[in-house]
Write a protein that binds this ligand. Structure first.
Ligand code: NDP
Ligand code: GUE
Length: 296
């Protein structure tokens, strides 16, 4: 049993609310201008997890009225053919957002591909210039990466103040840990980043008012590492074997959820926390990108 004082942050419900708001805006655009936002999703190869994420995005687009265009390229596609595809999408006026699903196969230079995506269509917010602006004081990127944006949205929609708080981010990847740290800093938190070389992570995490876990390590953060009352956003999405499930696995976060519920003030579950928010923020970024073009 969890402590009755803990609030479970229901990302699925918040995401659903945001999706309804987006659907209303899409319908307004469609009625006023006869145009709808378009999202192009490029996927290279047959990774099962990538296919499943892309399916979720496709379904979410359909639900809010965003037109989704899917491009499945073979695992052995050349870097130049992938760049050609990106350029084609950059030039396509029906496309307002371009997402190239990561990770890419080893023979393709990820940085090169992400740099080729038009800044105005970079709905993942992974273009180096968008990330650079996120890192700089007084600059605003055109797009903020979806998972980090979703984490902040979950905190603010639950009335959790970020300003002046000690925030600890576990992980420093380009797609989650680093951008969420930059975003928390922009929101005036005091930010510490824990990574695989950090000595004594427990004592650092124990000092956190806000914990963002994005290490990809199942249940590595124990209940005893959490300061009483802390807000915990668990981005980790780890598949662990579970023979009792039809799929043979279940998803767990980076935080030991059962234990953490005894100490945390509020916490996101996995699944149903940060994941659905990522998809909602992708739709929001696509809508915002489309509005900049359609309403100009
Ligand atoms: N819910 C969602 O929307 C999303 C969920 N995810 C999930 O989030 C998790 C992280 O993803 P991603 O950022 O892409 O992963 P990466 O593997 O790219 O990065 C993991 C980061 O965690 C650090 N790390 C690894 N082990 C430890 C440890 N024992 N202690 C402290 N830090 C550690 C690594 O440190 P170092 O840099 O030193 O190697 C690295 O910075 C995964 O479970 C992924 O599935 C990811 C994207 C979106
Ligand atoms: N260019 C790019 N952009 C990304 O944003 C991106 C990417 N590449 N590569 C992979 C990661 C991972 N990611 C997730 C999105 C949604 C859920 C999600 O909705 N998860 C559900 C569960 C899903 C399930 O049941 O399988 C949940 O947590 O409730 C998870 C993970 C986006 N990523």
């Amino acid at each position: 049993m969890s402590d009755p004082k803990v609030t479970i942050i229901d990302g699925k419900t918040v995401a659903q609310t945001i999706r309804s708001e987006i659907a209303a805006e899409v319908s307004r655009l469609s009625q006023t201008y006869g145009k709808v936002p378009g999202l192009a999703v490029v996927i290279v190869g047959q990774r099962k997890d990538s296919q499943s994420y892309v399916n979720m995005k496709r379904k979410a687009c359909a639900e809010v009225g965003i037109k989704s265009l899917d491009f499945d390229l073979p695992e052995n596609v050349s870097e130049s053919d992938l760049i050609f595809k990106v350029h084609e999408l950059n030039a396509n006026p029906d496309v307002h957002g371009i997402l190239v699903q990561l990770p890419l196969p080893k023979h393709i230079n990820e940085e090169k591909i992400l740099t080729e995506i038009s800044l105005e269509k970079d709905v993942d917010g992974f273009h180096p210039l968008n990330i650079g602006k996120l890192a700089m004081k007084g600059r605003d990127p055109l797009f903020v990466p979806c998972t980090p944006k979703g984490c902040i949205e979950l905190l603010t929609r639950h009335g959790i103040t970020i300003k002046g708080k000690n925030a600890v981010v576990v992980g420093r990847s380009n797609i989650v840990g680093l951008p969420v740290s930059l975003l928390l800093l922009k929101e005036d938190a005091t930010v510490t980043i824990v990574h695989s070389r950090t000595k004594e992570p427990e004592s650092i995490i124990r000092n956190a008012d806000i914990i963002i876990a994005a290490a990809g390590q199942p249940a590595m953060i124990k209940g005893s590492w959490i300061k009483p009352g802390a807000a915990v956003i668990d981005v980790g999405t780890n598949a662990v074997d579970d023979p009792s499930k039809k799929s043979g696995y279940r998803l767990v976060g980076d935080v030991d959820f059962q234990e953490a519920c005894k100490t945390a003030g509020c916490i996101t579950p996995v699944p149903g926390g940060a994941g659905p928010m990522t998809v909602a923020m992708l739709l929001k970024n696509t809508l915002d990108g489309a509005k900049r073009v359609i309403e100009c």
